[in-house]
Design a protein. Structure first.
Ligand SMILES: Nc1ncnc2c1ncn2[C@@H]1O[C@H](COP(=O)(O)OP(=O)(O)OP(=O)(O)O)[C@@H](O)[C@H]1O
Ligand SMILES: O=P(O)(O)OC[C@H]1O[C@H](OP(=O)(O)OP(=O)(O)O)[C@H](O)[C@@H]1O
Ligand SMILES: [Mg+2]
Length: 389
């Protein structure tokens, strides 16, 4: 039978920072009253003006948890956004001439990409999926910028009728939900939520929209469950809520997105995208690696290479670079040992150093890497093929 998924009722839950006296922590919503003073960004342009525009536009999160990390990522790619003052919504990046940066709320970035008022943007995959709603014109250029990790997940109370409910299947099989009294889910994700429930064949579900502090809704009797972003799980725990098996709608992190129409039609967008993509890929690849140099005894370079290849954590990106070290002893130049250079994942650094030592490595130097440029960026090839270029 088809799932009856309906969206009805609107309620607004708002919250205040810092927490009110009597509230045990910032993440508890039960004893909080509030206000919210979101600052609306000016509209960057209009559809009519969009086609006449010659400058390329990149939308970045103006506030919230993604704002700072996005600027830091770009800075680490030597693409520092230059803002005349922090209250201004427009900036430039000196390395990318003919491009404006516009600071906008994440959901507005997606909407404005769709409207043609922005060409490129950085947002969470959750926002992109919710507000892009699988629009044909919007495209993901880089799908893992390695920050803003969270999941969009269903949560239910730990107590009462939900005490022994631990999976989506358990939830679906509860006799409580009927056409007249559906499972009420509060969420800001009113596109992804109903779609997920329908896919899972959940019957008798209704959704209500909310804007922040969703975790309070079950305790207030406004909803039975919530669908919201979770990362550490602290907010859920502190509000006596739990996730359930099979209840993750989406795993999210920051992504670089674009309008296909802009990429194809607007002069300069493709070139700028290429440069941003190359820098991002080279930086993100490098951020996970260290360069390790060491000295090793051996009678020739091949013998040293064999030893290194015998160790699972020492093969590097392609293989070791090995150079003879020329020493002068008793007036004679000879090669007794070799300098080796490899790239090592940061996660396995210590294991790699131990393996190097076990095969006679000494004088191990470790340095961070700024960029690793490959011959070609795989994501660039994918993008061109998706654009039919
Ligand atoms: N707890 C979290 N941990 C990690 N990333 C998160 C978390 N919550 C949200 N995010 C990511 O950060 C993005 C922006 O979230 P943020 O709360 O800053 O803005 P928002 O809630 O979309 O803004 P607004 O409240 O103005 O609508 C989200 O779309 C998501 O990708
Ligand atoms: O699992 P946790 O680490 O506790 O994070 C989850 C919380 O983070 C987000 O809220 P945010 O702090 O962005 O506030 P908002 O509701 O104002 O967007 C999300 O809406 C959850 O409430
Ligand atoms: Mg938020």
């Amino acid at each position: 039978m088809a799932a009856s998924v309906e969206i009805h009722g609107f309620f607004q839950l708002r919250r205040q920072h810092p927490p009110l006296a009597g509230c045990a922590s910032r993440r508890q919503f039960a004893v909080r009253a509030s206000s919210d003073s979101a600052v609306e960004a000016p509209v960057a342009g209009s559809n009519g003006a969009a086609s006449e525009r010659t400058v390329v536009r990149l939308g970045l999160p103006s506030k919230g948890r993604m704002a700072e990390e996005t600027l830091n990522l770009l800075k680490n790619c030597q693409l520092t956004a230059r803002q005349v003052n922090p209250r201004q919504y427009v900036a430039d990046i000196p390395q990318l001439s003919n491009m404006e940066v516009w600071f906008q709320r994440p959901k507005d970035i997606v909407r404005k990409l769709h409207a043609g008022d922005l060409d490129l943007g950085i947002v969470g995959l959750d926002t992109f999926s919710e507000y892009g709603q699988e629009t044909e014109d919007l495209i993901i250029v880089h799908n893992e910028l390695k920050y803003g990790d969270c999941r969009l997940s269903i949560a239910i109370p730990m107590y009462g009728i939900f005490e022994n409910i631990n999976s989506l299947q358990d939830l679906a099989q509860m006799p409580h939900w009927t056409k007249e009294r559906p499972l009420r889910v509060a969420t800001g994700f009113t596109y992804l939520g109903p779609r997920f429930m329908k896919e899972k064949g959940m019957k008798h579900v209704s959704f209500s929209t909310a804007d922040g502090a969703l975790e309070a809704a079950p305790a207030m009797g406004i909803s039975d469950a919530i669908l919201d972003l979770v990362s550490s799980g602290t907010t859920l725990r502190e509000n006596n809520l739990k996730e359930i098996e099979g209840g993750v709608v989406l795993e999210s992190q920051a992504v670089l997105v674009a309008s296909k129409k802009s990429l194809i039609q607007r002069s300069g967008v493709l070139d700028i995208t290429h440069e941003i993509l190359e820098r991002l890929e080279a930086h993100l690849r490098a951020a996970a690696q260290f360069t390790v140099t060491a000295h090793m005894r051996g009678s020739n370079a091949e013998e040293v290479a064999e030893k290194i290849h015998s160790q699972p954590s020492l093969t590097g990106l392609q293989g070791p670079t090995i150079s003879p070290v020329y020493c002068k002893r008793d007036g004679k130049v000879s090669v007794d040992y070799y300098a080796i250079i490899i790239c090592v994942p940061q996660k396995t650094l210590y294991k790699s150093v131990q393996q190097l030592r076990s095969i006679g490595g000494s004088g191990v130097l470790v340095s961070p890497l700024t960029y690793i440029f490959e011959e070609e960026t795989p994501r660039w090839r994918d993008l061109l093929s998706e654009l039919g270029l």
